[in-house]
Design a protein around this ligand. Structure first.
Ligand SMILES: CC1=C(CCC(=O)O)c2cc3nc(cc4[nH]c(cc5[nH]c(cc1n2)c(C)c5CCC(=O)O)c(CCC(=O)O)c4C)C(CCC(=O)O)=C3C
Ligand SMILES: [Fe+2]
Length: 395
């Protein structure tokens, strides 16, 4: 286990941690990077070649560059500013799962710099295999690869989809989006048409979604935990944004991949927009609540494909921004970090905006963190049945 004693790790900062690690997905920075990046992402997962070629064109059309790295650099700079303002003197590091700077190199660097206990913030707000477990697995693998297992402790901040940090920027974005499509409708001579609010997230295979617990969430919400989190976010936004009163909303999915024969969560956003148009909808506000930044999948699937679909059907269309470097997101994330310093025992803190007893639901099945999974809530989280309670021995 990554057992590091308190004495050596109280942290020079006096906060219990030596540094903060921003962990992200990573993306290509030029045409030559595109295929190696896609191979990293899909290593061993049998994504059909046709799908890789198709995804490559999304990057190729943008010069082979994903916007995600630039967005993470911006986020790092913003976080640095906010942290400096709180007088913490905590260095911030950046590591990616799929592209340079790779997590193992960052782990090594942090250790070389003398850090032993690091708080990890992931650029993904929800519980789920891709958004949470895979980060834990890659940290474990990175520690193994660098031989740092046991001498560097990484503590992951719990998922924050329900926190004010994540919700506040979307509240503002939803109000702005509704005003924008209303103006578009008025300009088209359709001032009485009511926009439909289309919340969208990344599709995942239904089998993976259904396997994701915990059971109390499935029972309470009557759906898989992945969908339940998004539906709860959508309902909170509808309830708290005055402009949305009386409007209809829905949750749809984007960026399906995998084999066509494997069922993924549906409906696809383009099919859904067609269906709404056929039923008389004249405007859509697209809310990308699945993502923290406007990365490639947002730009391509929403700003290109979904926008085209809406245009063909003559619908008014607005794609709302993701939190990105919104001031409320940045300061809210740093508040979450502060909560971890303060020894937060539960992710359900004072800044929870989305009601519900979510617990720390990184994932229940499919997650194989062997070494580092203590997520900061003070109890083992997302442990697979059959694997040792991760991190329960680490403090
Ligand atoms: C739930 C989820 C999130 C949201 C959580 C989060 O935000 O982390 C997310 C984010 C992202 N996914 C990204 C890119 C890709 N995802 C792929 C493939 C897949 N994603 C999946 C799920 C998710 N993915 C799944 C079930 C697959 C297929 C199987 C697999 O491979 O496990 C593929 C392979 C080709 C393809 O099939 O599309 C690519 C290139 C980028 C970077 C974009 C950029 O470069 O700006 C980001 C932020
Ligand atoms: Fe993905």
């Amino acid at each position: 286990m990554s057992r590091v004693s308190e004495e050596t790790t109280a942290g020079a900062s006096g906060l219990g941690y030596d540094a903060i690690l921003l962990a992200s997905f990573g993306g290509p920075e030029g045409q030559d990077d595109v295929i190696p990046f896609l191979r990293n992402v899909t290593a061993g997962r049998g994504i059909p070649d046709e799908r890789l070629e198709e995804v490559a064109t999304h990057y190729r059309a943008n010069g082979g560059v994903s916007p995600i790295n630039e967005q993470n650099r911006d986020l790092l700079a913003a976080l640095e500013g906010e942290i400096a303002g709180r007088d913490w003197h905590l260095p911030l590091y950046w590591g990616n799962r799929n592209w340079d700077p790779y997590l193992p190199e960052t782990l090594q660097q942090m250790h070389d710099d003398g850090h032993r206990r690091v708080l990890m913030l992931v650029t993904s707000a929800y519980a789920g295999y891709s958004s949470c477990c895979q980060y834990r697995e890659d940290i474990d693998r990175g520690l193994e690869k660098t031989g740092l297992t046991g001498s560097l402790e990484i503590v992951k901040i719990p998922q924050f989809f329900h926190d004010r940090a994540f919700i506040a920027p979307f509240q503002e974005a939803l109000a702005t989006g509704i005003r924008d499509v209303r103006a578009q409708l008025a300009a088209k001579g359709e001032p009485d048409a009511q926009p439909k609010i289309v919340f969208v997230t990344h599709s995942i295979p239904t089998a993976i979604a259904e396997a994701q617990g915990p059971d109390h969430v499935k029972e309470e919400y009557g759906t898989d935990a992945y969908s339940a989190q998004h539906e709860a976010v959508a309902r909170t936004l509808m309830r708290t944004v005055p402009e949305a009163a009386g409007l209809e909303h829905t949750l749809v999915f984007q960026s399906r991949s995998g084999a066509p024969s494997t069922p993924w969560l549906e409906p696809d956003i383009n099919d859904a927009i067609e269906e709404y148009a056929a039923a008389g909808t004249r405007a859509v506000v697209v809310m990308p609540i699945g993502f923290v930044s406007d990365h490639m999948e947002v730009k391509w699937d929403l700003d290109t494909e979904a926008r085209d679909t809406a245009a063909e059907l003559d619908l008014a269309f607005h794609r709302a921004p993701t939190p990105g470097t919104h001031a409320a997101f940045v300061s809210g994330l740093v508040d979450i970090v502060a909560g971890q310093f303060a020894g937060a025992r539960s992710p359900e803190q004072g800044t929870q905006e989305v009601p519900g007893k979510w617990g720390d639901i990184c994932c229940v099945t499919g997650c194989r963190p062997r070494l580092t999974a203590r997520s900061g809530s003070g109890r083992p989280a997302g442990a697979d049945a059959g694997s040792p309670a991760p991190g329960s021995e680490s403090r």
